[in-house]
Design a protein around this ligand. Structure first.
Ligand code: IMP
Ligand code: MG
Length: 201
């Protein structure tokens, strides 16, 4: 083994040029990969207990929630169905418009089902508020929300969130499904973006 270095000992930023290009615009890591996984395991345990014997349908809100959905669902020790909705709230801008468009609707009929809506982040809450109203109209047996992140103190609507991973300050964040101008979704952690990156976009 002499003269050999385990890959895990190396700073991956120096080893892997493609990773370096991705992480160049990261300012600060707010929540590490390990912290996210620990939290999702905890939420998965709670969900597994709460929905035992029920008819659980996980509904992921695209695109942001696809990463979380993949990890969270594997911490749920129950048979679950999965479906996705795609909505557009805002494009490259970092401010919410309050205008929500459904780009892709559910494949499942949710009447009588136990629906758990999986979101990446609640910012103003307008997107979620719209979705909850829309889904409630389809008469599910139950409808709850699981979000990885919630920004503190800036919700414009009052939303009852059964499962919440982390509360974060009202800053724009990237990673773990969250994008800026469609980039950074594949970072395994939650971070803030260097101010220069906004200007360059
Ligand atoms: P809301 O309607 O203001 O709650 O915004 C909800 C959606 O906006 C989220 O599902 C995200 O797609 C996006 N979003 C809100 N805050 C952020 C952020 O800090 N980074 C990246 N996307 C965000
Ligand atoms: Mg989203």
């Amino acid at each position: 083994m002499e003269g050999r270095v385990a890959l895990s000992d190396l700073n991956h930023l120096e080893v892997h040029p493609s990773v370096s290009a991705l992480e160049r615009d990261v300012e600060r890591i707010l929540i590490t990969e390990q912290e996210i996984q620990d939290m999702l395991r905890h939420l998965g345990d709670r969900i597994s207990e709460d929905y035992e014997g029920r008819d659980l349908l996980l509904v992921g809100v695209l695109k942001g929630a696809f990463v979380m959905m993949a990890d969270l669902s594997r911490y749920i020790r129950l048979p679950v169905d999965m479906d996705f909705m795609a909505v557009a709230s805002y494009g490259a801008s970092t401010k919410t418009s309050g205008v929500v468009r459904i780009l892709k609707d559910l494949d499942h009929d949710i009447e009588g089902r136990d629906v758990l809506l999986v979101e990446d982040i609640i910012d103003s809450g307008l997107t979620l508020n719209y979705l909850l109203k829309n889904l409630r109209g389809r008469r599910p047996a139950t409808l709850e929300v699981c979000t990885l992140l919630k920004k503190t103190g800036i919700q414009r609507v009052d939303i009852d969130v059964r499962y919440c991973g982390f509360e974060i300050p009202p800053e724009f964040v990237i990673g773990y499904g969250l994008d800026f101008a469609e980039k950074f979704r594949n970072l395994p952690y939650i971070a803030t973006l260097r101010p220069e990156a906004y200007r360059d976009a």
